[in-house]
Design a protein around this ligand. Structure first.
Ligand code: PGA
Ligand code: ZN
Length: 432
């Protein structure tokens, strides 16, 4: 018997950083080694994501409990994968996909499938006594990502106090991951002072960034952030650039209008693209995610034609880590970057495939956490395994966020001089 074969699969309901239930799995091998995976979960969930199975019993945890998903693991998945070699991720993931049999993991739930896939990956790495990034990425896994970090968190992560979801920074002038991270921590603290200066209450939103109370416009977040960067002594654009995740599907209406409730302003796609272009002119913005809505391919194309050679345009809800959607975007020339979230697609190998596809198309992958996270650090290893180059995890506060950033710091140390950090140069691959 192979000592790396799966002997036992344990599944349980645990809770994420927003106190929402989620699925956790432990896979135990014949040799006694085990691996654990805890799945993340979103709030501004894209309509084309793989299905997250919840019990929908409103009498229990607001309908969010995941006991059905746990049962699927125990009754259906476990018997099918016990005896399989945990170091063979492709074989296990294929089995999971086949067991589900649907397009969007709607039979067993992407949360049950992904928890198992993640746990198997960790068990495989632990069995081989190597870090997960090495297990998934092999000999050439070496690129430390530039961090994209939230300073102000609005939208669905702060009770829709702003229409825009994330106001983030990217330390484009940094020479190493840890230097870049320190720079962002300085900006976070300086922005806190700016909030106090304008008598804005200080509270944190779901991903640890500041909760935007009493904002009059969405642009106000950009102004405060710019002041924060200046207050911390960095040169905006050169040392620290701004990024946005607008998550615009949340305020797009099917009549083709973008409706900014905060400003009581309605724009059609042409006016809205114009408005975004003005913001890009006025602020040192290096990246915008989900600028346009998940169904508005035409608007995405228009924006890409206008600014796609100047800044990074990331598709999150638009692409949902799904190769067929990314392929459509590449074909029609929409965006130049893809947000990568494991639970949008449902297995580790499909996530690896999406990253490969993105890179081969000349687009930049940005590996990302969700608004609901735990202490799990799988995405950090995934980013480094694939030399993806960019990582987005929310802010520098709250332990589910620092669990990830601190793991990058540890891996940076582990790689020593063999690690590669491109910093802001990564954007030169898409910006002309
Ligand atoms: P979500 O937010 O996890 O709530 O979807 C993160 C993002 O939009 O990138
Ligand atoms: Zn997003």
């Amino acid at each position: 018997m192979n000592k790396f074969n799966i002997k036992e699969v344990k599944a349980r309901q645990v809770f994420d950083s927003r106190s929402v239930p989620t699925v956790e799995v432990e896979v135990v091998l014949e040799c006694g080694v085990y691996g654990r995976g805890t799945v993340p979960s979103g709030a501004s969930t894209g309509k084309f994501e793989a299905l997250e199975l919840r019990d929908n019993d409103m009498k229990k945890l607001n309908g969010k409990s995941v006991y059905k998903a746990i049962e699927n693991i125990k009754q259906i998945i476990a018997p099918a994968i016990i005896g399989m070699d945990a170091t063979n991720q492709v074989a296990v993931d294929r089995k999971l996909i086949e067991l589900d049999g649907s397009e969007n993991k709607s039979n067993l739930g992407a949360n049950s499938i992904l928890a198992v896939s993640m746990a198997v990956a960790w068990a495989g790495a632990n069995a081989n006594k190597i870090p997960l990034y090495r297990h998934l990425g092999g000999a050439n896994a070496k690129v430390l990502p530039i961090p994209m970090i939230q300073i102000i968190g609005g939208g669905a992560h702060a009770n829709n106090t702003t229409d825009f979801q994330d106001y983030l920074v990217v330390p484009v002038g940094s020479k190493s991951f840890s230097e870049g991270y320190e720079m962002v921590v300085n900006v976070y603290n300086a922005t806190k002072k700016i909030f106090s200066k304008y008598k804005k209450p200080l509270a944190t939103a779901d991903e640890g960034g500041f909760w935007p109370t009493k904002f009059n416009t969405n642009e106000e977040g950009l102004k405060l952030l710019l002041e924060g960067i200046e207050e911390s002594g960095y040169e905006p654009g050169k040392d620290i650039a701004i990024a946005l995740d607008i998550a615009s599907s949340e305020f797009y209406e099917e009549d083709g209008m973008y409706r900014l409730s905060l400003e009581n302003r309605n724009m059609n796609r042409i006016e809205y693209v114009d408005y975004l272009c003005q913001l890009i002119e006025r602020y040192p913005i290096v990246s915008i995610e989900d600028a346009m809505a998940e169904t508005d391919w035409e608007g995405s194309k228009l924006l890409t034609e206008k600014v796609g050679s100047k800044i990074q345009l990331v598709g999150d809800d638009l692409f949902t880590t799904n190769i067929s959607r990314i392929q459509k975007g590449v074909k029609i020339g929409v965006n130049n970057s893809v947000l990568i979230k494991m639970n949008q697609i449902g297995t580790i190998t499909e996530t690896l495939d999406a990253i490969d596809f993105t890179k081969n198309a000349g687009y930049l992958p940005v590996v990302s956490a969700r608004s609901g996270e735990t202490e799990d650090t799988t995405i950090v290893h995934l980013a480094i395994a694939t030399n993806a180059g960019q990582l987005k995890v929310g802010s520098v506060a709250r332990s589910e966020r620092t669990a990830k950033w601190n793991e990058v710091i540890r891996i940076e140390e582990d790689l020593q001089d063999n690690g590669v950090y491109d910093g802001g140069n990564i954007f030169k691959r898409i910006i002309k």
